[in-house]
Design a binder for this molecule. Structure first.
Ligand code: FAD
Length: 323
């Protein structure tokens, strides 16, 4: 049965997020010939219309409003609730990003609708949408279906294939009524973590307690630079103050799914695995051959990270320069 699917398209630092393209591709499959609506919120977002149109929406709603220029829960909740009503959306998809995690439950609760968060798979079985999400820190998977009402889902980044389908989408400006805001953002102070965004990175080099100090992260940063990747960390390294908590990967940190994840001096606790075990290729460098990280690694190097990582950096430099 055809469905009306709405996708909240997100941008960050002037760029659309890949997970929104994944959501638009999923929306095509779920709509089964029904309407796919993409929604752009903020100011200056019309510039994204050509890019959004590459992923097959029937229409793009543009909510240009100063109140939506910076994310706040109350302004976005009001706008999204009105838009859902306007387009009569039955399925609402967004990325499992900081915004998606905050907004989806809020709006779902307000509309008395169901929500599945952090989906890693979405399928149609005889016209019924089946959502799969990891539970118990990735130890098991839950499959969920809804019998009635609207359905919200947040999708974990890098888990869905992106398929381009260029279209001439109808562009519809829409002005929500946003009032009585209780939150005013006065300033955004960004943490100076630098480099590539962890959640979108294709290559991540992570350090654990084995790096032993702040300076111990230097070889990891150098390898990340050579590979054009981002630096991540275990909570062990963050707790020991070797690096900032914004780098933490795991159950209580970021969930990442890069093409390549290199874990250096990380033991492989279940809480860490919860954030990175879906990486495509995992390389572990650890001096303890019994470290649990080797059980999930595709390639394991038993050795001292302070010897292995600089060697890898040198070798990658040679190979990449000659390419
Ligand atoms: P360790 O377990 O101390 O491991 C260090 C490793 O480095 C060892 O395997 C050692 O052999 C190796 N090593 C040491 N020196 C070298 C060297 N020179 N060369 C090579 N290898 C070396 N953890 C997370 O990471 N993310 C989370 O989100 C998270 N959430 C948590 C939530 C809860 C509720 C709890 C209870 C815990 C959580 N943890 C999380 C913590 C987790 O249980 C582990 O304590 C943590 O992951 C350990 O970090 P580590 O692997 O860096 O340190």
């Amino acid at each position: 049965m055809s469905k009306k699917v709405l996708v909240l398209v997100e941008s960050k630092n002037g760029k659309l997020r890949n997970v929104s393209f994944e959501a638009l591709t999923v929306a095509q499959q779920l709509a089964e010939g029904g309407k796919v609506t993409a929604a752009l919120f903020g100011t200056g977002v019309t510039e994204f219309i050509p890019e959004v149109s590459k992923y097959g929406p029937n229409e793009v709603y543009v909510l240009e409003d100063e109140a939506l220029s910076i994310y706040t829960t109350d302004a976005h909740t009001q706008a999204l609730c009105q838009l859902i009503e306007e387009v009569q959306a039955e399925v609402i998809l967004m990325g499992h990003t900081a915004i998606g995690k905050d907004l989806a439950p809020r709006v779902a609760a307000r509309l008395d609708a169901g929500l599945v968060s952090d989906c890693t798979e979405v399928e149609l079985e005889n016209g019924i949408i089946v959502f799969t999400r990891p539970i118990y820190a990735g130890k098991a998977f839950q499959r969920k279906v809804f019998n009635q009402g609207k359905v919200f889902a947040t999708l974990r980044a890098n888990n869905f294939e992106i398929q381009e389908k260029p279209v001439q989408a109808e562009v519809i400006p829409y002005q929500p009524v946003i009032k009585d805001l209780r939150t005013i953002v006065k300033e955004i102070v960004r943490k100076a973590t630098g480099g590539v965004d962890l959640s979108e990175a294709k290559v991540i080099i992570s350090g654990g307690r084995g790096v032993k100090s702040k300076e111990g992260f230097k070889p990891i940063q150098e390898l990340a630079e050579v590979l054009g990747g981002a630096v991540g960390a275990s909570r062990g390294a963050c707790d020991a103050e070797y690096c900032d908590y914004s780098l933490q990967i795991g159950q209580t940190g970021k969930v990442v799914t890069p093409d390549l994840y290199i874990a250096c001096g990380i033991s492989g606790a279940i809480q860490h695995l919860a954030g990175m075990s879906n990486s495509k290729v995992i390389v572990a460098i650890n001096k303890d051959p019994e470290a649990p990280i080797f059980q999930v690694a595709d390639y394991g190097i038993i050795g001292d990270l302070f010897e292995v990582v600089p060697l890898l950096t040198e070798e990658f430099k040679k190979v990449l320069v000659s390419c």
